[in-house]
Design a protein around this ligand. Structure first.
Ligand SMILES: NC(=O)c1ccc[n+]([C@@H]2O[C@H](COP(=O)([O-])OP(=O)(O)OC[C@H]3O[C@@H](n4cnc5c(N)ncnc54)[C@H](OP(=O)(O)O)[C@@H]3O)[C@@H](O)[C@H]2O)c1
Length: 310
């Protein structure tokens, strides 16, 4: 099969086309012919060699944790899906990649709504799983107010919509020129950075019940100040959290229960017109290096995605 891969860690230019063996699905897995693959911060970090997890990667490595496509092989122990079905999901987490190729193996997935564009489906998997897992950990009840720090990125924009669908009032942080975008997702916007607690209080909010840190930008003390307890804050990106008594969710890599049920929820909400996967930029797979370059820099309004023409 064809694949976009890298043979050494480095800048986006290390990505190149190659021929690779097509993966085979293991127990509980399915294989798809890829139509679209998301580009996430984790892919960028692994490729650059900056993240400690890079040390676990055998080279060459095919990046990409999110993919959508047409099912072409199914493990014997899997049911509820058939050859030819259109699905989206997350690639085998143990391999930390594999999506930017002709074929990829998914270890969790949901059926793609017919009307959902391939680009949205290709980018949806891990952000939806992550957002769902974090919302579950926060034990949210309808009517609560949730503050999401980093609400316009890949994970944040999905967390806003999934929380809103649970009957939660969401306050989301973003840079000022992303505030209108955040309103379209259903959140009340506030600018991120130092002084956050004061700006949230200035909204006239009587209480913030829960807080989710997606940005890892050092806001945990202010999130604690707003919610009043370490039990009501979860971070996905601040590795200083455990020292502060705050939960850092790392998902299956840390042996936690995953949020796979969120993929079906997202598909149902999409069909009802209550969910979308915001796409910041789309590139043909031939431009994978440009996609990684874009993912490394600049403001975000949702996901970056690679598409593959038939
Ligand atoms: N633990 C896990 O299981 C898990 C899973 C997936 C991702 N993650 C991590 O979660 C983080 C976010 O991932 P993502 O895919 O959503 O990234 P992303 O798409 O790059 O979005 C990052 C967001 O952070 C916002 N931001 C930038 N500076 C900020 C600041 N100082 N304060 C608050 N927000 C700020 C950006 O807002 P503007 O564009 O408005 O500036 C943007 O919306 C990454 O660190 C990723 O590695 C963790």
């Amino acid at each position: 099969m064809f694949a976009v891969q890298f043979d050494r860690f480095g800048p986006p230019e290390v990505l190149h086309f190659a021929t690779a063996d097509a993966p085979r699905p293991g127990p509980g897995q399915i294989r798809i012919r890829v139509q679209a693959a998301g580009v996430s911060p984790v892919d960028v970090g692994l490729r650059s060699g900056r993240t400690p997890m890079s040390a676990r990667l055998p080279l060459p490595h095919i990046p990409g944790v999110d993919a959508a496509g047409v099912v072409d092989e199914i493990s014997d122990d899997v049911d509820g899906v058939a050859i030819g079905d259109h699905v989206f999901g997350v690639v085998d987490v143990a391999k930390l990649g594999g999506a930017t190729a002709q074929f990829a193996v998914l270890h969790l997935w949901a059926h793609k709504p017919t009307a959902m564009p391939w680009a949205q489906a290709g980018a949806a998997g891990s952000s939806t799983e992550t957002a769902t897992r974090a919302l579950d950990l926060l034990d949210l009840q309808p009517g609560m107010t949730l503050l999401i720090d980093g609400a316009t990125g890949g994970v944040g924009s999905i967390a806003v919509q999934l929380a809103t669908a649970r009957g939660i009032r969401v306050i989301g942080t973003a840079r000022t020129d992303n505030h209108d975008f955040l309103r379209t997702l259903g959140a009340t916007p506030v600018t991120y950075g130092p002084g956050l607690a004061d700006r949230v209080n200035a909204l006239g909010t009587t209480r913030v019940d829960r807080a989710l840190d997606v940005a890892g930008a050092g806001s945990l003390p202010e999130l604690l100040q707003l919610t009043g307890s370490t039990a009501t804050v979860v971070t996905l990106a601040d590795f200083t959290a455990p020292a502060q008594g705050i939960r850092l969710s790392m998902g299956q890599l840390a042996g936690e229960p995953d949020g796979r049920h969120g993929l079906n929820t997202a598909a149902e909400l999409f069909t009802e017109g209550r969910f979308t996967v915001p796409i910041d930029a789309t590139f043909p797979i031939q431009k994978a290096a440009d996609a990684h370059e874009t993912a490394e820099h600049g403001s975000r309004r949702g996901k970056i995605v690679l598409t593959i023409d038939d």
